[in-house]
Design a protein around this ligand. Structure first.
Ligand code: ZN
Length: 103
């Protein structure tokens, strides 16, 4: 959801922003308080814009929430599969324990 093909750029800024109101700049753009232009992310990079640090932070947190992370090459990969399986196992164990108690 954070990452689309298009991003916002503001007239004065050096940074580009994702369409996400977790970023104060994007938030004011989305509310119509600030003028911005929509361009392709690749084009923004080509024009020398860099990703806003708020957007970068939110984007990385979003990836983590989904069990994804960026590797050293900046590629997105899945992380924490083991933890998910462990949690699932624990959940199933609790449900089993509760249902056998009720019976
Ligand atoms: Zn931003």
């Amino acid at each position: 959801m954070h990452r689309g093909d298009e991003v916002f750029i503001t007239k004065s800024g050096k940074y580009y922003h994702y369409f996400d109101d977790d970023c104060p700049t994007s938030s004011s753009i989305l509310k119509g308080k600030r003028q911005a232009q929509r361009i392709k992310e690749d084009e923004a990079k080509a024009r020398g814009y860099s990703l806003c640090r708020h957007c970068a932070k939110e984007y990385n947190e979003d990836l983590r929430e989904r069990g994804l992370r960026r590797n050293a090459n900046g590629e997105i990969e899945r992380a924490g599969c083991g933890a998910a399986i462990l949690l699932f196992g624990l959940g199933a164990g609790v449900i089993f324990a509760v249902s056998s108690y009720l019976i």
